[in-house]
Design a protein around this ligand. Structure first.
Ligand SMILES: Nc1ncnc2c1ncn2[C@@H]1O[C@H](COP(=O)(O)OP(=O)(O)OP(=O)(O)O)[C@@H](O)[C@H]1O
Length: 367
């Protein structure tokens, strides 16, 4: 993991981004509005690895696509290197496309089965006019070598490769456009655990080698811990916590982040997997609850959490959290002191909540 260097201009920034799908009322068919992303603001600095995590359906992929302008926002703006690209024309956007690439979760579905690996990788090179004639083949061979594959594989088809190899081909295709920013949308979720580490190592190496910025979308916190500089935790279309990686794991501030951390399996023989802190299921994004969106599942929800939407507050140390409980504890612990977010009392309080929870689990039948 490289140290996060804060530049004055983020490489990519989303300001108050929102995306709503559906909501069409027809004579014979109506579709409810899906609130996929709601008022999300994030800024990613050049050279960092930024992770977006949350359970399935929380809006991670939609946010990633909004940042790349693969889909249009319902509200908000996207800035690339400080320039508003929200309303850029298709042709102006095309020249930027090579600088921003995406790697998909399913390497098989994202590679055209009728094209050879060579032509898949050559496509962006030709499209962006980065090489011509024989130089394209040389570049394809070079890219295959860079991602750890043999250059002669260029003549083969995607089905001839294993999942890990296919993802390497996806990485080579992403690199072909000479990007500055790569978004990996669950880039290793479909791979065997033993292969996951290899692909993650490859991405980290390439990041160093080519000075890339990485945005990694993941549904669990285990995968991204060792490669990320900062993490945005999403729940039902919103960022509930944003933090440098180590403090997030050491002292999660939002109860939902704790839930995600509790879901990481502990590799100890005979260890009984902890039951999740959160109760029940994620509500539908067509009808998100009022107040804090997590309140229906949060064991610590206050009355205020049911009624008032918590703002994402600056905790200090690059941390942000949207949680009334956190605010309440701060106010009790430091009635007049500045907020620093590292209050030992807060950690203690949350620790008490955690032990209370595990004691409850021990006394109740395992469901
Ligand atoms: N094109 C679309 N039309 C309608 N609804 C959509 C569309 N794309 C996404 N959604 C909905 O928006 C919500 C957020 O989806 P998104 O794929 O961004 O979540 P995610 O966190 O990436 O989940 P997953 O890991 O399952 O992909 C979901 O309820 C999803 O069903």
């Amino acid at each position: 993991m490289s140290e996060t260097v804060q530049h004055t201009t983020p490489i990519i920034e989303g300001r108050n981004l929102a995306k709503r799908f559906g909501g069409k009322k027809g004579l014979f068919h109506s579709s409810p509005t899906v609130y996929a992303v709601n008022d999300v603001s994030i800024a990613v600095w050049p050279g960092e690895t930024f992770a977006i995590v949350g359970e399935s359906g929380c809006g991670k992929s939609t946010l990633a696509r909004l940042l790349l302008r693969l889909i249009e926002p319902s509200d908000g703006d996207v800035l690339y290197q400080g320039k508003d690209i929200t309303k850029l024309s298709a042709s102006d956007m095309r020249s930027l496309r090579s600088e921003m690439q995406i790697i998909f979760q399913d390497p098989f579905a994202s590679l055209n089965p009728r094209m050879t690996v060579g032509s898949i990788i050559a496509e962006p090179i030709r499209l962006h006019g980065l090489a011509k004639g024989k130089a394209v083949d040389d570049r394809v061979a070079e890219l295959l070598r860079i991602v750890g594959l043999r250059p002669e594989y260029a003549d083969r088809y995607p089905h001839e490769f294993s999942g890990g190899q296919r993802q390497r081909i996806g990485v080579a295709r992403a690199l072909a456009g000479q990007p500055k920013l790569i978004i990996g949308d669950e880039p290793v979720s479909a791979l065997d655990v033993s292969i996951q580490a290899q692909v993650i190592n490859l991405l980290e190496d390439l990041k160093e080698q080519f000075g890339l910025t990485l945005i990694i979308v993941a549904h669990d916190l285990a995968v991204i811990r060792h490669m990320s500089d900062r993490v945005a935790v999403m729940y039902l279309g919103e960022v509930v916590e944003l933090s440098p990686v180590d403090p997030l794991y050491e002292k999660p501030l939002h109860p939902y982040t704790q839930t995600l951390l509790d879901a990481i399996p502990v590799p100890v023989p005979g260890h009984r997997e902890k039951r999740s802190l959160a109760r029940g299921d994620v509500p539908s994004p067509t009808n998100p609850p009022p107040g804090c969106r997590f309140h229906t599942r949060c064991p610590f929800a206050l009355q205020k959490c049911r009624e008032v939407h918590p703002p994402l507050e600056d905790v200090g140390g690059g941390r942000f959290v949207a949680c009334h409980l956190w605010r309440e504890i701060q106010e009790q612990d430091h009635p007049s002191a500045p907020l620093d977010g590292t209050s030992p009392k807060l950690a203690e309080r949350l620790e008490i909540y955690r032990s209370y929870q595990s004691a409850k689990e021990k006394n109740s039948p395992v469901g």
